[in-house]
Design a protein around this ligand. Structure first.
Ligand code: AMP
Length: 352
């Protein structure tokens, strides 16, 4: 039984989600105490319980402590069951975080799966659906697995009510890749998705985002502008997104708006995130850096071949995730500052 302390490092929900994913992938049971100890409301919240339930459904696990607010969980996985699954977060909790919890196990299952996930699709502090579709899924496909995602209905916090379909095909063999450079910029796009808004209001909301991106990229770079029409019933809510598609990787930087649209503080945070991304040479941005660690480590473990990537920043989140992964898989993460960013390497502890 692997014993984890949820108060380690970042002390958030990712410790639990990564542990669930890795337990299913490796068949190892774990106990985690002090769940989400560093969050204002520690313990299992509805959205984390949804991850536990999804992991239980996919692996037939025996589980103890799976109650709201519980600070401890014991999880003993059985064999992975690919196929059709429907996971309902039961609130506006993030459905993409549920997807990322079960995805690694389904990557190495014996058959394809089709998942329907209901809940939030565009949540704060979680990857919005476009991030998963444009940034994360293409990298998973490069490991050799199939992944097709469809957004059936938007679900913005706090209402939720969104729906995603994911068709996941396991890899015949997960093969690690190096991702050390972004490659040339191929497309820059700004988008405002705001259910019920007319085009004029959406374009107005986008204007400052477009201006800040143009200033960063220079006047010579063309920026596409998109304001898709979304029925009012899928709101209220808005997201302003910047998508930067490079030859080897795509980045989505976004902010969510409340009832009165996107606040000046949120716009300032977007500007800061864009500057940080532009000012670094790392291939993967802050969030992709922590999310990519687990699937890549699985591929490294399967093939016993080392792999590396470069990152704009190494957050405490990321370092904590490395520690959790090392508890389940015989791999070692090493990090070093490299140019205007970081280099992360993952190596098997016992090379083949
Ligand atoms: P935690 O706070 O531990 O529950 O983890 C939150 C997860 O959401 C991490 O994997 C982050 O990388 C991810 N995340 C948070 N904000 C974003 C964002 N704006 N875009 C993409 N991923 C995000």
């Amino acid at each position: 039984m692997i014993e984890l302390d949820g108060a380690t490092g970042e002390g958030g929900g990712q410790i639990l989600r990564s542990a669930l994913a890795l337990a299913m992938c490796t068949g190892q049971a774990f106990t985690v105490r002090n769940i989400r100890a560093h969050r204002p409301k520690p313990g299992l919240m509805r959205q984390h319980l949804a991850c536990v339930r999804a992991a239980q459904a996919v692996s037939g696990a025996r589980v103890r402590g799976d109650e709201l607010d519980s600070p401890t969980l014991v999880f003993e996985p059985g064999p992975v069951r690919p196929g059709e699954h429907h996971f309902d977060v039961g609130s506006a909790g993030s459905s993409t975080l549920v997807l990322q919890t079960v995805w690694p196990a389904l990557l190495q299952a014996q058959a394809p799966s089709r998942l329907r996930l209901s809940g939030g699709t565009h949540n704060p502090m979680a990857p919005p659906h476009p991030f998963i579709e444009r940034c994360f899924a293409p990298l998973v496909r490069r490991l050799g697995a199939g992944a097709e995602l469809r957004l059936l209905r938007h679900g913005f916090a706090p209402q939720g009510g969104g729906e995603i379909e994911a068709r996941l095909t396991p890899a015949a063999a997960l093969v690690p890749i190096d991702l050390l450079a972004r490659g040339a910029l191929q497309e820059a796009r700004v988008e405002c998705v705001a259910p019920g808004w007319g085009q004029e209001a959406a374009l107005q909301a986008l204007a400052p985002v477009r201006a800040m991106l143009q200033e960063l990229l220079g006047e010579a770079v063309g920026i596409a502008c998109d304001t898709p029409r979304v029925p009012a019933g899928e709101g209220p809510g808005q997201i302003l997104m910047v998508t930067l598609a490079y030859a080897h990787v795509t980045e989505v930087v976004c902010v969510l708006g409340g009832k009165r649209g996107v606040s000046p503080a949120a716009l300032a945070a977007l500007r800061q995130a864009l500057h940080a991304h532009h000012g670094s040479e790392g291939a993967l941005g802050e969030y992709l850096t922590d999310q990519w660690a687990l699937p890549l480590a699985l591929a490294v473990h399967h093939t016993r071949q080392a792999a590396a990537y470069s990152a704009t920043v190494l957050s405490l989140h990321t370092r904590t995730n490395f520690e959790v992964i090392e508890r389940f898989l015989p791999v070692r993460f090493e990090t070093a500052q490299a140019g205007r960013g970081w280099r992360v390497s993952v190596a098997p502890k016992h090379p083949g």
